[in-house]
Design a binder for this molecule. Structure first.
Ligand code: NAD
Length: 314
């Protein structure tokens, strides 16, 4: 019987469906030491971002040669040593499409928050303040949104922002993937220096230099708003705080942080920052879609198809 270990939870309906398929399903989060012991018993491991599937865990798993598939419910694979798993003959899959809409909607929410001081008003009105004059914002219609990384989520953000009247520019390492009248491709420097809002939608590999640091911020227009709903390491938080303090940046929105949960209280309490605790994919719909994608991957695996290493994003 196929033995499946789910360590970071899974949407209830999909979990029930998986159990009905007569697989042996264990839903349990283990600390690293216990996971090293338990992993040997399972053929399939389903994780989100909390479980770190490191080289030593993969080594333990290969002692019994049971583990054949790791599924990451979500997009980023930065918590899995994908290369090493592949080397050991373990297939790694993720659920790349499930959260596009949810993340894009969160980005739009953050843009509106910053433009109209919604995050500040929610705090200060609870403290009895009435800052009508202080909170004079800007309209987003007619403003330029620069999108860095024009993949699944970047394009979804473009569609939604465009519907709200924003002008879209984008930059992607692979070049002008989709350059039409509505979405204009430009190089990174041009995007940085001409956008009113900049939203980041690129992957991040541990140890990499932040894509947006002091130098890149210097290239931005004064009063730019920066949004990071991609991965924490993409933005240098120290450089960001300095730019907010100096007035170079008008605001920033962060759903992801260099360390999570973030210990960066200066950033979280900053007047110009709209923060959320990595909730890009935290909607009922995204979780349902993630659950369905996970089940489809496991079924495909069980039926003997798709055993080759297919990683849909890196
Ligand atoms: P994707 O693979 O579809 O798109 C990423 C794009 O970025 C690709 O087109 C790629 O060519 C481009 N790219 C890579 N490196 C680049 C660079 N240095 N400069 C410019 N372009 C670059 O990925 P996606 O599904 O759109 O996800 C984007 C990001 O969102 C990922 O980091 C993912 O982990 C993150 N994400 C966050 C949440 C959340 O909860 N906040 C949820 C889902 C995904």
């Amino acid at each position: 019987m196929l033995k499946i270990l789910i360590t970071d939870g899974m949407e209830k309906t999909s979990l029930e469906e998986l159990k009905k398929m007569n697989f042996h399903v264990v839903e349990q989060h283990y600390n690293k030491e216990d996971l090293m012991k338990e992993i040997k018993k399972f053929h399939v491991l389903v994780v989100r971002s909390a479980t770190k599937v490191t080289r030593d865990i993969i080594d333990e798993a290969t002692k019994t040669n049971n583990l054949k598939l790791i599924v990451r419910g979500g997009v980023g694979l930065d918590n899995i040593d994908v290369e090493y798993a592949r080397l050991k003959g373990i297939t790694v899959r993720n659920t790349p499409n499930a959260s596009n809409t949810s993340v894009a909607e969160l980005v739009i929410g953050h843009i509106l928050n910053m433009a109209r001081f919604l995050h500040n008003s929610n705090i200060t009105m609870r403290q009895g303040e009435w800052n009508k004059k202080k909170y004079q914002g800007v309209e987003i219609e007619g403003k330029t949104l620069g999108i860095i990384g024009f993949g699944r989520i970047g394009r979804e953000v473009a569609k939604k922002a465009n519907a709200l009247g924003m002008k879209i520019k984008f930059y992607d390492v692979v070049g002008p993937i989709m350059n039409n009248q509505e979405y204009r491709y430009c190089d990174l420097d041009k995007l940085l220096s001409t956008s009113d809002f900049i939203s980041l939608h690129v992957p991040y590999n541990k140890g990499e230099r932040a894509l947006i640091g002091k130098e890149e911020i210097q290239k931005m227009k004064d009063g730019t708003y920066l949004i990071n709903c991609a991965r924490g390491g993409v933005v240098d938080e120290e450089a960001l705080i300095a730019a907010l303090d100096s007035g170079k940046l008008a605001g920033a929105a962060m759903d992801v942080f260099m360390e999570e949960p973030t210990p960066n209280n200066i950033l979280c309490n900053h007047d110009k920052v709209s923060v959320t605790p990595h909730i890009g994919a935290s909607t009922k719909e995204a979780q349902r879609k993630i659950g369905e994608e996970i089940n489809n991957i496991i079924l495909e695996f069980w039926k003997g198809r798709g055993l080759n290493d297919r990683i849909e994003t890196v």
